[in-house]
Design a protein around this ligand. Structure first.
Ligand code: OOB
Length: 548
C-alpha cells in the first residue's frame, strides 16, 4: 500500500492521526473495502433502487469495479479530480464508488450549479474530467459540461450517463463504453483524500473540502449508529445526493455501511417522493426546513400514499423553526431528528431518545465524544454556557484546511487547528447547541447558502449599478430571503426585480441565488470606518416590514 499525499491537502498533525487510529476511530478501511465487505456478506440484499433500477450489493460492487476499470482505460487514475454532476439516480452511487476505487477524487457538484459555479470549481480543482447526465428535468447537462470543458484547459474528458437516446456533444463518451470486465485496481491508503466536497458557499476561488476515507467513514459509522440504521433501513435520498447531508448524515453512505438500501427520488416534492416512500418502504430521510414544511403541509391535508414505513425524518441545513419542528412528528408519523452539520466536518444530532423539548428547541450535540467544540467571543475568549458566541471545532473528521487555498485557511483556521465555523451558537448546559445564525455575510435561503459578496459581484457587473449590497431578510417559510439593495449610476438605470434577475441569470448563476426583492437606494448607510453597514440595511428592512 503506497501513500502519496495530495499537494494542497493539510493533514491532521501526526500525533492526532496516531491517536485516532489507536482509538479505533480511523480503521484503515476504504470506501471500496466497505462495499466489497457488504457484497461478500449479503450479496443478494438490495443496495440501490430508483425508478429504473434495483441493484443488489453484488451487482453494485461488480458495476463499480467494471466502471473503474473502464475509466482507468480512459486515463483516469489516482488523485485525478473528476467533477460529478448527477441528479439523484442509481448511477450516482456506481460512479462515485468507481472513482473511489481508482483513487480518483470526485468533486461533488450540485445539479443546480451552472457556468458561474462550475468554471471556478473546475479551475480550482484542475479537474481532468466531468461525469454528468444528458437531459434531466428539461435541462441539457451534457451541453453545460461541454461548454465548461471548452473554458477549462485541464478538462480532457466528458463522460455522460446517457439514457441511450441522448445526442452527445462531439468527443464526449457514453458511460456505457466503460463497463469493462472488472480488472486489477490499485490498493489505496485510507488516510488518503477520497473526494473533494464543496463548502456551503463560495466566493471567487471556491473552497474545496478534502475528506479522507478514514475520517469520512468514521463520521458515516457514527451517524449510522446514532440514527439506528440497520440492514432493514431504507434511506431515501431526497435532497441532492452530492451534498454532505444526504451523503453521510447518515445518508446514502450510512445506509450502505449498515447493509441497508439506498432509494433515490429525482424530485423531492411530496407528489413524487410520497409514492416512492410507499413503493420502496422508505424508513428514513433527510430534509431542509422549507421542504419539511411542504411535506408536513401535504401530510396534514390527508389522503396521502401509505407513509407508515417512515420512522425517522432528519431536518437540518438551516435552522428549523420550532413551530415546524413540533409538526413534523405528528404529521408524518415519525421521530424528528435535528441535524446541524457542515461539509468541513462537525455534525451534531439530537438523539432518537432525547426528550421532546431538546428535539424541538435545539440542533443537538456533536456525534462523537472526540469532537471538540468551543464558543468564543470576538476576541477569541470562551464564553459561559448559554451565551451566544462563535463556534470553533476540531476533531477526528473535521478538516484542518481547505484544498489548496492558503488565503481561506488563514481566515477559517486558527494556528492551533480549530475550524472557525462562522456560526453563532449558544451551548446549553446540557451540551446541546442552539444555532442562532451566521457571523459572516451569508444568506441561508432554506438551506441554500448564498454568499453576499459573490452575488454583489454579479450585480456590480451591471452597467446601471453603482454599488450593491445583499442582505438576508427573515422569511417564515425559507428562513431567509435574498434582498438586493442597489444604488443606480443615474436616474436612467432601470433597476427592477425583473431586470436585475434577468441580468444575473444571463451571467449563468444558479437559480437559487436570484434576489427575491430589489430595493433601489440613493445612498448606503455607513459604519464608523466608512464600510457599508449591513446591520443598518437589515434595520431598514425590518422597519419597512413593520410599517407594511
Ligand atoms: C450542511 O452543510 P453545508 O456545508 O452546506 O453548510 C453548513 C452551514 C453551517 O455552518 C450552518 O451555517 C448551516 O449550514 N446549518 C445550520 C443547520 N445545519 C447547517 N444552521 C442552523 N441549523 C441547522 N440545523 O448544511 C449540512 C451538512 C451535514 C449535515 C447537515 C447539514
Amino acid at each position: 500500500m503506497s501513500s502519496t499525499v495530495l499537494p494542497g491537502f493539510t493533514p491532521w498533525p501526526a500525533a492526532d492521526a496516531q491517536r485516532y487510529r489507536e482509538l479505533g476511530l480511523w480503521t484503515g478501511e476504504t470506501f471500496g473495502d466497505m462495499l466489497a465487505a457488504r457484497a461478500a456478506a449479503t450479496p443478494e440484499a438490495i443496495a440501490v433502487v430508483d425508478t429504473a433500477n434495483s441493484w443488489s450489493y453484488a451487482e453494485l460492487d461488480r458495476r463499480s469495479r467494471s466502471l473503474a476499470t473502464g475509466l482507468a482505460r480512459l486515463g483516469i487514475g489516482r488523485q485525478d479530480r473528476v467533477l460529478v454532476q448527477l441528479p439523484n439516480r442509481a448511477e450516482f452511487v456506481e460512479v462515485i464508488f468507481a472513482l473511489f476505487r481508482l483513487g480518483a477524487l470526485p468533486v461533488f457538484c450540485l445539479p443546480a450549479h451552472r457556468q458561474a459555479e462550475l468554471v471556478p470549481i473546475a479551475t480550482a480543482s484542475a479537474a481532468k474530467a466531468v461525469i454528468t447526465c444528458g437531459k434531466h428535468q428539461l435541462f441539457d447537462y451534457a451541453a453545460l459540461a461541454d461548454s465548461i470543458r471548452q473554458q477549462v484547459a485541464s478538462l480532457e474528458h466528458l463522460v455522460v450517463v446517457g439514457d441511450g437516446d441522448a445526442d452527445l456533444p462531439a468527443g464526449a463518451h457514453d458511460i456505457a463504453e466503460f463497463r469493462d470486465e472488472p480488472g486489477e485496481l490499485p490498493v489505496l491508503n485510507a488516510g488518503d483524500v477520497a473526494f473533494l466536497q464543496l463548502s456551503g458557499g463560495s466566493t471567487g476561488i471556491p473552497k474545496l473540502i478534502p475528506r479522507t476515507h478514514d475520517d469520512y467513514l468514521f463520521s458515516v459509522r457514527r451517524s449510522a449508529e446514532i440514527c439506528e440504521l440497520g440492514s432493514d433501513s431504507v434511506y431515501l435520498a431526497t435532497l441532492p445526493v452530492a451534498h454532505n447531508f444526504p451523503m453521510s448524515s447518515p445518508g446514502i453512505l450510512g445506509a450502505l455501511w449498515a447493509g441497508g438500501t439506498v432509494a433515490m427520488t429525482p424530485d423531492p416534492t411530496p407528489a413524487t417522493a410520497f409514492p416512492l416512500i410507499e413503493k420502496f418502504g422508505v424508513t428514513i430521510t433527510g430534509l431542509v426546513p422549507p421542504l419539511a414544511r411542504l411535506w408536513v403541509e401535504r401530510a396534514e391535508a390527508g389522503n396521502t400514499p401509505d407513509l407508515s414505513s417512515l420512522r425517522v425524518v432528519l431536518v437540518g441545513g438551516a435552522r428549523c423553526p420550532e413551530e415546524l419542528a413540533e409538526r413534523v412528528g405528528p404529521a408524518l408519523g415519525v421521530t424528528l431528528q435535528q441535524v446541524f452539520g457542515m461539509a468541513e466536518g462537525l455534525v451534531c444530532y439530537t438523539r432518537l431518545d432525547d426528550p421532546t423539548d431538546v428535539v424541538i428547541a435545539t440542533q443537538g450535540r456533536p456525534m462523537s465524544e472526540y469532537d471538540r467544540v468551543k464558543v468564543v467571543d470576538d476576541q477569541g475568549v470562551e464564553v459561559p454556557p448559554g451565551t451566544d458566541g462563535n463556534l470553533l471545532t476540531q476533531g477526528p473528521y473535521t478538516i484542518r484546511g481547505y484544498y489548496d487555498n492558503a488565503e481561506a485557511n488563514a481566515r477559517s483556521f486558527t494556528a492551533d487547528g480549530w475550524y472557525s465555523t462562522g456560526d453563532i451558537v449558544s451551548l446549553r448546559p446540557d451540551g446541546n447547541l442552539e444555532v442562532r445564525g451566521r457571523a459572516g455575510d451569508w444568506v441561508n435561503r432554506g438551506g441554500e447558502k448564498v454568499s453576499a459578496e459573490e452575488l454583489e459581484g454579479h450585480l456590480l457587473a451591471h452597467p446601471g449599478v453603482r454599488d450593491a449590497v445583499i442582505v438576508g431578510t427573515p422569511d417564515p417559510v425559507l428562513g431567509q430571503r435574498i434582498c438586493a439593495f442597489v444604488q443606480p449610476v443615474d436616474a436612467d438605470a432601470k433597476l427592477t426585480l425583473m431586470t436585475v434577475r434577468a441580468f444575473v441569470r444571463e451571467r449563468g448563476v444558479a437559480a437559487w441565488k436570484m434576489p427575491d426583492s430589489v430595493v433601489v437606494v440613493e445612498n448606503f448607510p455607513e459604519t464608523g470606518v466608512g464600510k457599508i453597514s449591513r446591520k443598518e440595511l437589515r434595520q431598514v428592512l425590518a422597519e419597512g416590514a413593520q410599517r407594511n
